[in-house]
Design a protein around this ligand. Sequence first.
Ligand code: 6GU
Length: 251
Amino acid sequence: MRVDVVTIFGEYLQPLSLSLIGRAREEGLLDLRVRDLREHTHDRHRTVDDTPYGGGAGMLMRPEPWGEALDAVLADPPGDARPEGPVLLVPSPAGEVFRQATAVELAAEPWLVFACGRYEGIDARVVEHYASRGVRVREVSLGDYVLNGGEVAVLVIVEAVARLLPGVVGNAASVEEESHAAAHSGLLEHPAYTKPATWRGLDVPAVLTSGHHGLVARWRRDEALRRTARRRPDIVAALDAARCDAADLRV
Ligand code: 6GU
């Protein structure tokens, strides 16, 4: 997969050289290129921002550097690019919420381009322009809080997507089994324990040491449901009511 990130703070993306994502890059599974938006400014101060029309607090990013920068990225496609080009991702607290299902969709793409806004965001015509050229644009939010810019969101999204690519995570089953995976109806994962069997007076639940696989599976499912009902009633509410026993949902 090819990923281009346009930003004024490339240093923010240095963690993508570490751990599993760093190894995926070394192995050629992920071709991640960080590009500096300021390369596409032409004034002495390399200005990327300006005041918003209509007034209000803060600064917006001007469209011209973005147009130049994104045109340059689009002119340099990977060999396996789709005819319709990349998905252009614009991190924004005003975007659609990024979920595991979003990560699964994006992992099927050969090419992602991220446009990292700072300040109060990017002039709205940039998204409008590329969408009108047929680029598939998605403004995405991590959740209901405000960050200073898109870079941290890129760290999150690239990690969530890249770990779904074949060969990035050693144990494919761990990708399938964890929280939010489709195999578990999007439920939170059950609590997990390892050795020792007793630690600071706390015992591992007896069922897990019973050797009874059927009972272990039922315990895990019940704990996942109980935890999800307590912590994420929104997920339980969205479950197909016909597929879950009302008794399972009592906490
Ligand atoms: Cl993607 N960007 C910014 N600036 N703030 C956010 C966000 C993204 N998601 C949640 N808050």
